[in-house]
Write a protein that binds this ligand. Structure first.
Ligand code: GUN
Length: 279
């Protein structure tokens, strides 16, 4: 089996360059893109994500407004800010980085963002639109996985697709997107019986479990395409995914590395949604 790495860094760079060109075109038509980025508290991982999102905005030529609020921010204060951003016509997209401090109800915040500015695709209206195949913003990580597959020549139609994980942000929308591409979809999770056997059926396996190196060769059909959504910091400081790369690599046809696979795609798809907001 010749192993092919699915290069998320390269594919995300291509997408960002396409978007950059489009943003220039939109500017000529007098349309400017602006993303409001809201960070509450001082979670170090969130700070890194937010920094990278703002950097991507700068690269493609989108203005970003930064709101860095203290961890003590009340729910009311945050909802007031969102209300102001909803009403501000110069703001196309609103991103509130999750997780939020415990005094703030995340669901309330997600519902407060105007669906047409919800570039994360988390609002129930956008989630519902995805389910019934209507226009709306799609959650960035699963949208990025579809782009990785398409742009590396993996056809989804008719394939056995197994998604491990059923979160609102990744697993569930991932299943719906694969279904939309005419895959035959199974969503497996922590209560699934005979998980290994089910995964072994997969032509395309998407791991979004949140457990370091859980997926070994015992879960893999020979020649499968494996997409690893997980990202974990190991004791030695290195990053790893939900998939044990070294154990599966001789059994797969294509696989995403960690880092450099799904990670960079999430931001590229966020930028796509921001440009969509202006289109
Ligand atoms: N926290 C972890 N992933 C995400 C994401 O995609 N969007 C937001 N807003 N917060 C996150």
């Amino acid at each position: 089996m010749i192993l092919e790495l699915i290069d998320g860094k390269k594919i995300s760079a291509e997408i960002k360059d396409e978007l950059k060109a489009e943003v220039e075109e939109l500017k000529k038509q007098g349309k400017e893109a602006c993303l409001a980025v809201v960070l509450v508290g001082d979670d170090p991982a969130s700070a890194v994500y937010v920094k990278n999102k703002k950097k991507a905005c700068e690269y493609i030529g989108v203005k970003s407004l930064s709101y860095e609020l203290p961890a003590s921010t009340s729910e009311t204060e945050l909802l007031e800010l969102i209300d102001r951003l909803n009403k501000d016509d110069s703001v196309n997209g609103i991103l509130v980085q999750l997780p939020l401090p415990s005094q703030i109800d995340e669901n309330k915040v997600i519902r407060a963002i105007a669906p047409e500015k919800d570039v994360d695709g988390f609002h129930p209206q956008n989630v519902g639109a995805l389910l019934i195949g209507e226009k709306g913003y799609v959650s960035c990580t699963p949208a990025g996985v579809i782009q990785l597959l398409k742009r590396s020549g993996v056809s989804i139609e008719g394939k056995e697709c197994v998604v491990i994980g059923r979160s609102n942000i990744v697993g569930k929308p991932m299943g719906v997107l694969l279904l939309r591409e005419n895959g035959t979809v199974t969503i497996a999770h922590s209560r699934t019986k005979d998980l290994k056997d089910i995964c072994k059926r997969a032509d395309i396996l998407v791991a979004a479990v949140g457990k370091p190196k859980m997926i070994t060769e015992e879960y893999i059909k020979e020649g499968a395409v494996v997409i690893d959504v997980g990202i974990h910091r190991m004791d030695n400081g290195k990053l790893c995914g939900d998939v044990d790369f070294d154990r599966v690599k001789d059994h797969v046809s294509k696989i995403t590395p960690v880092p450099g696979g799904v990670g960079p795609m999430t931001i590229a798809m966020l930028m796509n949604n921001v440009v969509e907001a202006v289109r």
